[in-house]
Design a protein around this ligand. Structure first.
Ligand code: NAD
Length: 315
């Protein structure tokens, strides 16, 4: 199968592209290597992927509509896993136009390119942030999700909805997979696990919100990429599916796990919760279990240990 993975130089995209290449798919990565965080990390991911003869990276921007259509016409993909995005919850508050341009309009370009070239399956990486401050706990896909708290979530939700329209009008198979806070090897330096590790090893001061009384459904990247692979392999018409662990952990405890492994404390400063953040996330994963055979295996303590090992080896 020939699969396009957008955002392949990034955290989750690089893990997914590697898994697809390892099982023998013909994998094309696409990324613009932007400097939202140090692009050297993305180049290192690309270098690892280039070791697979059945992997190739295209450097391009999803906002470039003619280029996207041209690439799809040239390559003729069977499936698309669309992970490229501006993915910062808090930075989106300062740049709503940019987030809409990349996460909504950029996604539309890919949907058009996919329908013009009859791609069999389009898998779209969305986020638990679309649930906003919902009162439906655990978060379930039937929730209307029409009160997102920041432009990132709003743009992702808009793209999910447009996906339905493309399915309805043009018969595009479109599966939305909503990721819940992902961590693990190749992790993003702006996310909590990495920030805590940096704080411990470099003494950097980092904020801890709400006295650490926040809950996240931390999910190890390997479980997420297993779910994404299952979604790529199974065209489902139009579906929205949570991919989380289904077991929230208190922020304070998550930080403590890393501190215990390091044998040292992080340099934390207490801050009030930003308006763009929710107090807790909690995935109902029964739909993923049923439709994708999804079965997250990695406990938070095992996952944090794997992350820490990777961090020590790579920093
Ligand atoms: N990491 C998480 O916890 C999490 C949670 C929910 C959803 N997601 C979603 O998963 C996907 C991957 O996230 P990630 O954590 O790996 O982030 P990431 O920033 O590491 O990866 C995203 C990649 O997309 C690329 N990109 C950004 N704008 C682009 C553009 N205009 N054209 C081409 N490439 C572009 C970036 O260079 C980057 O390599 C995103 O869609 C994100 O919204 C992530």
């Amino acid at each position: 199968m020939k699969v396009l993975v957008t955002g392949a130089a990034g955290f989750i995209g690089s893990n997914l592209a590697q898994k697809l290449a390892r099982r023998g798919d013909d994998v094309i990565g696409l990324d613009n290597f932007n400097d939202y965080y140090n692009p050297a990390k993305k180049r290192a991911n690309e270098k690892r992927l280039n070791q697979f003869p059945n992997f190739r990276m295209i450097e391009a921007d999803i906002r470039d509509r003619p280029r996207m259509i041209h690439i799809f016409e040239e390559e003729r993909f069977d499936a698309v896993a669309h992970l490229a995005a501006m993915a910062g919850v808090r930075p989106a508050v300062e740049a709503p136009d940019f987030y809409v341009e990349v996460d909504y309009i950029g996604t539309q370009h890919l949907m058009d390119a996919a329908r013009f070239t009859e791609v069999s399956n389009f898998v779209f990486a969305s986020t638990s942030s679309v649930y906003g401050d919902t009162k439906h706990i655990p978060f379930v896909e039937t929730d209307p999700c029409d009160r997102p708290l920041q432009p990132y979530a709003a743009a992702k939700r808009a793209a999910e909805i447009l996906g339905y329209t493309y399915h309805y009008l043009y018969n595009l198979n479109f599966t939305v997979i909503r990721f819940f806070t992902v961590y693990g090897p190749n992790g993003r330096p702006d996310m909590m696990a990495y920030l805590v590790a940096d704080s411990i090893t470099k003494g950097k001061q980092i904020p801890i919100y709400n006295g650490g009384e926040m809950y996240r459904d931390w999910t190890f990247v390997e479980d997420i990429t297993n779910g994404a692979m299952a979604a790529i392999d199974r065209p489902l018409g139009y579906e929205i599916i949570n991919l989380g662990r289904g077991e929230p952990t208190r922020l304070k405890e998550f930080v403590g796990l890393i501190e215990d492994l390091a044998g040292q404390k992080a340099n934390l400063v207490d801050k009030p919760k930003p308006a763009a953040d929710v107090v807790s996330t909690y995935a109902d994963i029964s739909k993923a279990v049923e439709l994708l055979g999804y079965a997250p295996k990695v406990s938070v303590s095992d996952g944090v240990e794997a992350f820490w090992k990777w961090y020590v080896e790579n920093n």
